[in-house]
Write a protein that binds this ligand. Sequence first.
Ligand SMILES: [Zn+2]
Length: 98
Amino acid sequence: MSAPLSLPQSSPVSPTGDRMCFRVQSSRIPEWNYIVDLTGEEGRSTCTCIDWAVRRGPAIKAGGVIGTREVMCRHVIAARNYFLNGLLASMAKSETER
Ligand SMILES: [Zn+2]
């Protein structure tokens, strides 16, 4: 028996309401948000930040591999962690309900 899991209150990631799209707060400028689409670029994900535009996007176009640091900016990594945390918590919950 375990207490229900909850995500950290300070999580800089929140759902946008669009399927698999998340809003990620800038670490340097809290008023800024970037939008990450986890299923964009065949699962390698897209982000609206400069790092993605100048480094990650071109790395993807050059054949970058899904899940590698080369193709993921910090916002994509944060959104993937947020999504996976929610998925694992709900899987664990449904398995205890059987
Ligand atoms: Zn980004």
